[in-house]
Design a protein around this ligand. Structure first.
Ligand code: RAM
Length: 346
């Protein structure tokens, strides 16, 4: 109760950017003129709600979104909870509805918990884009997916198999049990494991670090103790993989257990350099936020509705096409290792 009350009275707001001011006596003609060269409205109010405000990955993505909104002379802001709990985003959605934002861009912590509130927003003309972690399709108009979910999931097992020489026990260290993105990837990992080439690889446990650094660290310790023959940990979350690598880096198991998954090069660099981690993957989170902001601006400007086959211009990312179920895919992930990690700075 206390926690909720505190969160309600002190909403977190980060990185507010002010939009172009349209200060003229002829307000109507001003509105008509306030467009970018792409025909997007200039004074749009677009709010980002990350899974959690203090997750370094989400910060990079949100900053990418704010940069896009600045390009479009809009007013962008980031609000959200400090934990990735299933319904911790609800109060922020309600506030944004009251503030009559033009669009909400959200990385959903749960596929269903936020849907009634996002539907309320859409009923009032607020456009809704999900990015990073989707809701059920009726909770938004467009979903900006970082990469094809199936190839992320299967790719994680392919990489793990290489790292552990095709045999042995491994565990998954995920984010929260409700996370749509992690759960979708894990489903594809489990499906990939059914192939004959992975017959000697065994998934022994799915643990949850809740995208909390300390919990992820403790869960890693627990996995290494509970499964003495563990050969690998796949952590498809930037919070989890960096905490797991930090634990392993000072453990006698360093060098015997492969840690891989999805991480940011900047958080993982030290662990690659000191031999704790050999390889992991990710896409560019900044581009993800940037693309989501452009989708929101296009929706709010009436240029797209979210229907399959529609295309829109996304600034430096070029023209993008909306696929099935309103999904737009950013692009394939990159695999980072000692040979290329220094080429990346995020
Ligand atoms: C964490 C979050 C996010 C996920 C990345 C890979 O930061 O769980 O949703 O996409 O990891």
């Amino acid at each position: 109760m206390m926690k909720n009350f505190a969160a309600l009275t002190r909403p977190v707001v980060r990185g507010a950017l002010s939009g172009a001011l349209c200060l003229t006596f002829a307000a109507v003609s001003c509105q008509v003129m306030a467009q970018t060269s792409d025909g997007l409205k200039k004074d749009l109010k677009i709010a980002f709600i990350p899974k959690q405000i203090n997750n370094p990955y989400e910060v990079i993505a949100d900053d990418g979104g704010m940069a896009a909104i600045k390009e479009l002379s809009g007013a962008g802001k980031v609000v959200g909870p400090s934990d990735a709990g299933a319904s911790s985003q609800v109060q922020y959605i309600n506030t944004l509805i009251t503030q009559r934002q033009n669009a909400i861009v959200i990385a959903a912590n749960d596929p269903n918990a936020v849907v009634p509130y996002l539907k309320k927003a859409m009923a009032q003309g607020i456009k809704v884009v999900t990015f990073d972690s989707d809701t059920a399709p009726d909770g938004r108009q467009v979903f900006i997916n970082q990469a094809n979910a199936e190839s992320i999931g299967r790719g994680q097992i392919q990489l793990l198999s290489k790292l552990i020489g095709g045999s042995g026990e491994f565990a998954i260290l995920s984010a929260t049990p409700n996370a749509t993105n992690q759960n979708t990837w894990i489903k594809y990992m489990q499906d990939e494991l059914k192939k004959p080439e992975y017959a000697k690889i065994k998934l022994v446990k799915i643990a949850y670090g809740d995208d909390d650094d300390q919990k992820s660290f403790t869960e890693t310790q627990g996995l290494l103790q509970a499964y003495p023959n563990l050969k690998g940990i796949v952590s498809p979350t930037t919070v989890g993989i960096s905490a797991a690598a930090r634990y392993l880096s000072t453990s006698p198991k360093k060098g015997q257990v492969a840690i891989t998954g999805l991480g940011t090069p900047n958080q993982m660099r030290a662990f690659v350099k000191n031999g704790t981690v050999q390889a992991f993957q990710l896409w560019n989170p900044s581009d993800l936020g940037y693309l989501a902001a452009y989708a929101a601006a296009n929706l709010a400007s009436g240029k797209i509705t979210g229907k399959e086959g529609e295309t829109f211009a996304a600034g430096k990312l070029g023209s993008r096409t909306i696929g099935k179920d309103g999904e737009v895919v950013l692009g394939p992930p990159t695999t980072f290792d000692a040979g290329n990690i220094d080429n990346f700075n995020f």
